[in-house]
Write a protein that binds this ligand. Structure first.
Ligand code: PNW
Length: 457
């Protein structure tokens, strides 16, 4: 296994618009499904909203200086759809686009490569009211939006991703309902998954049409590193079902041009998949320039030993009879088990499954209960240990032939952690929510050293 990262390896950090920007009413922005959801009592812990978040909309220049001080080579951010195309269709908002132009120019001026994600979950509310992702029309709206952003920023952004984690959009949004828009309808969630796939394909086509040849177009997925608790046929079947419902439902059409037959079988009691029209899967199988993999923790499943209905709506429609188990090992503040071997396994899986497709770790990181000491410093040795373990996993995969071009820590800043509000801190930079002041954590200082040396000290 190599001990240093290859020269040119890209070290970055990631955020998403609704989680950091704030300024939700400024410059013509309209509500997204996350504004509606977070303002609905009982949906987000402590009633937190993204109204102010970290105020990145106003503090972006300070944040870019912070990135430069950390030595970051790249910054992965997302564009807020309702900020740049307020009703989700029709003309662009010049002021909204101007924010991203200023942000990108600031990044470029500091030698930081912008990596732009078009959709990190903030669907314009107006499009949800018209049917949301279960409606096919939303995919066409997305392609239109993709072209609009590409025409505005294509001269200065090379690295593009269509969607972030469509699994979360479809299944946390429309099946379990713990994310916006908070619906619990299994059939709608499967339709949503297909229309997200279609949006990716149509969006990628729109990007190609508007971007120069050097542009590099991707999708960002959160494939599930799912293990069977035992090698019994029943447990292996549980693993197969969860793999289909979390990963192959996207990689099937995107990488191979077809939905997996076992997925269609497993969900036959919910839908007949007649919403997949002729030609859709060839649109979805758009040749990618890279694939983003977000990874936090593995899953362990078995066949359920009893038939008790699960207490809450599941994000896995069609996987009744599968039990989830907490994997062994230390846990983060999210209660997610720390296990870097899941990242290694995923990188090797896609190395085999999509030979020649460059990969990036587009998100990886951990929440811990960070608190400033008497002098205001934030010591977060657990996060350093988490990152070190995962950097070693990337090195091991590189040594075994994986083509990984970069790594993005989630997150640059503490931010609005969706249904958990501000209670979970993922940043390598601490945000004091009373003053919005930023303090680089111990892990941020440590990351700076890794970036400088290319070595996991
Ligand atoms: C990802 N799950 O979200 C997102 O891309 C980020 O915006 C988020 O802040 C980060 O991971 C940390 O949570 C996920 O329940 C949220 O399986 C939930 C799940 C997975 C990913």
């Amino acid at each position: 296994m190599p001990t240093t990262f290859p020269p040119g390896f890209v070290w970055g950090a990631a955020t998403a618009a609704y989680q950091v920007e704030g300024a939700v009413h400024e410059d013509g922005r309209t509500p997204s499904i996350w504004d509606t959801f977070s303002h609905t009592p009982g949906k987000v812990l402590n009633g937190d909203t993204g109204d102010t978040a970290t105020d990145h909309y106003h503090r972006y220049a300070e944040d870019v200086r912070l990135m430069a001080a950390l030595g970051l080579g790249a910054y992965r951010f997302s564009v807020s759809w309702p900020r740049v195309q307020p009703t989700g269709s029709g003309p662009a908002s010049p002021k909204g686009l101007d924010f991203y132009r200023r942000l990108v120019d600031e990044l470029l001026a500091h030698g930081i490569k912008p990596v732009l994600t078009l959709y990190h979950w903030d669907l314009p509310q107006e499009l949800e009211t018209a049917g949301g992702w279960p409606a096919r029309e939303t995919a066409y709206r997305f392609a239109d939006y993709a072209g609009l952003v590409a025409r505005a920023l294509g001269d200065r952004v090379e690295c593009w991703a269509t969607l972030n984690e469509p699994w979360c959009s479809a299944f946390l949004g429309y099946a379990s309902g713990v994310h916006a828009p908070g619906r619990t309808d299994d059939a709608a969630a499967l339709r949503a998954a297909h229309h997200l796939n279609l949006a990716h394909g149509l969006g990628a086509q729109a990007l190609r049409a508007a971007l120069p040849r050097r542009a590099r177009v991707a999708v960002v997925l959160n494939p599930n590193a799912v293990r069977a608790r035992t090698t019994s046929p029943a447990d292996l079947d549980a693993q197969r079902r969860i793999d289909a419902l979390s990963t192959r439902i996207f990689t099937g059409p995107m990488l191979h041009g077809a939905y997996p037959a076992d997925l269609i079988d497993d969900t036959a009691g919910i839908t007949d998949w007649s919403f997949v029209r002729d030609g859709d899967t060839s649109v979805i199988k758009h040749p990618l320039d890279w694939l983003g993999i977000n990874y936090y923790t593995p899953s362990v499943v078995s066949a359920a030993t009893d038939n008790r209905p699960s207490p809450a709506p599941s994000p896995y429609p069609g996987a009744q009879g599968v039990a989830f188990h907490q994997p062994p090992g230390p846990r983060t503040a999210m209660d997610w088990t720390v296990d870097p071997s899941g990242l290694y396994d995923l990188l090797m899986r896609f190395t085999r499954e999509a030979p020649g497709l460059p990969l990036a770790v587009s998100e990886n990181g951990a929440a811990y209960d960070d608190k400033p000491d008497g002098r205001g410093a934030v010591h977060d040795p657990d996060r350093i240990a988490y990152l070190r373990g995962h950097f070693d996993a990337v090195l091991r995969a590189l040594g075994d032939g994986a083509d990984v071009w970069g790594y993005f820590v989630w997150s640059l800043l503490d931010n609005f952690e969706w249904a958990y509000g501000y209670s979970k801190r993922f940043g390598i930079v601490y945000v004091d929510y009373a003053t919005l002041s930023r303090t680089v954590k111990g892990s941020g200082e440590w990351y700076r050293g890794v970036i400088r040396s290319g070595r996991v000290g």
